[in-house]
Design a protein around this ligand. Structure first.
Ligand SMILES: NC(=O)c1ccc[n+]([C@@H]2O[C@H](COP(=O)([O-])OP(=O)(O)OC[C@H]3O[C@@H](n4cnc5c(N)ncnc54)[C@H](OP(=O)(O)O)[C@@H]3O)[C@@H](O)[C@H]2O)c1
Length: 294
């Protein structure tokens, strides 16, 4: 087995869906000898034409490189592929870049240790077109394993970020970022539906929506400090003031005939914050509602 060598570590990529193809293509462009395997072998054709080696089996793919990257749908698929191989890792570093929960990350780390390998759990916060450019990809697991292959992993994106020894951190950060993304997008789409009912095109709303997101982005550092300190002084407006505006959004949505479900849910959470005595606090106090089990 070849060892890590300058910037040309041999790499294996298992899973050649939209993301796996982008990962393997990026390793190839950076000059890494790249072995690939996919359940549906035809998805390797283009990569093989670019110089990749197609392994005949998952076992051959793992054996080919000291750094093995897996990017399949979920942890069940990872284990379906790797568990039957037995103790194959033998000093290799396994990196899983598929999505999943922190429990999946923890169990996979324990499994990898039993197979004699080190495990890095990764999370890709990017789309395939960003791989090899400015993709943000986080890694968690043993620092020594990350540092050994950091040059190779950096070829996947300039946003390569190591989060720490705890294997669960990447999966948890991915969930936190997905929560953020869906909430921002749902807010935009609710606004677009509201304006659309009044004849305003989403394209006309987009620049103002972008400004709104920038403004909120500017608040994050102060909000984070309040959340970490557990004290929420109302520096700009109180939760009581927000609550009144939420009523307006619900009534406007109802009168225009668009869904008021999301605004009603937000108001219900805010009502609970007021019932807990938080009406005079700043909006960051809403974190207390999110901290409770649902
Ligand atoms: N695409 C993105 O923008 C993006 C961004 C961030 C994270 N991710 C994550 O990356 C992972 C892959 O995403 P993708 O976009 O590449 O998905 P995809 O295009 O649907 O590809 C899925 C891959 O998983 C393989 N697979 C699924 N079940 C399998 C099983 N039971 N046994 C063996 N192989 C199996 C598929 O093999 P076949 O080709 O044989 O079906 C294929 O290689 C997911 O966890 C996704 O959440 C994707």
């Amino acid at each position: 087995m070849s060892t890590n060598n300058a910037n040309h570590t041999p790499v294996t990529v298992i899973g050649l869906g939209l993301m796996g193809q982008a990962l393997a293509g990026s390793f190839l462009r950076e000059g890494h000898p790249t072995t690939v395997w996919n359940r549906t072998a035809a998805k390797a054709d283009q990569l093989v034409a670019q110089g990749a080696t197609l392994a005949g089996s998952v076992g051959e793919a793992v054996a080919a490189s000291p750094l093995v990257v897996v990017c399949v749908t979920d942890y069940d698929a990872v284990h379906g592929l790797l568990d039957p191989l037995g103790a194959v890792l033998d000093g290799r570093v396994l990196v899983n870049l598929g999505s999943g929960t922190s429990q999946g990350a923890r169990e996979t780390a324990e499994w990898a240790a039993r197979q004699g390998g080190a495990y890095l759990d990764g999370a890709i916060m990017a789309v395939p077109a960003e791989i090899g450019a400015d993709a943000v990809i986080t890694y968690s697991g043993p620092r020594s394993a990350f540092e050994l292959y950091e040059p190779a992993l950096r070829s996947l994106g300039s946003g390569t970020t190591y989060l720490g020894d705890d294997h669960t951190l990447s999966a948890l950060h991915e969930m936190a970022v997905l929560s953020l993304m869906w909430n921002v997008l749902n807010g935009f789409l609710q606004g677009a539906a509201l304006l659309g009912a009044a004849g305003v095109r989403a394209g006309a709303f987009a620049p103002l929506a972008g400004k709104g997101i920038e403004i909120v982005n500017g608040w994050l550092a102060d909000y984070a400090e309040q959340v970490d300190n557990g004290a929420y002084p109302a520096l700009d407006s109180t939760i009581d003031t927000h609550l009144a505006a939420m009523d307006h959004l619900i009534h406007e949505s109802e009168s225009l005939g668009v869904s008021a479900e999301l605004p009603r849910f937000i108001k219900a959470l805010t009502d609970r914050a007021v019932a807990d005595g938080r009406g005079g606090d700043g909006y960051a106090a809403m974190v207390e509602q999110f901290r409770k089990p649902s």
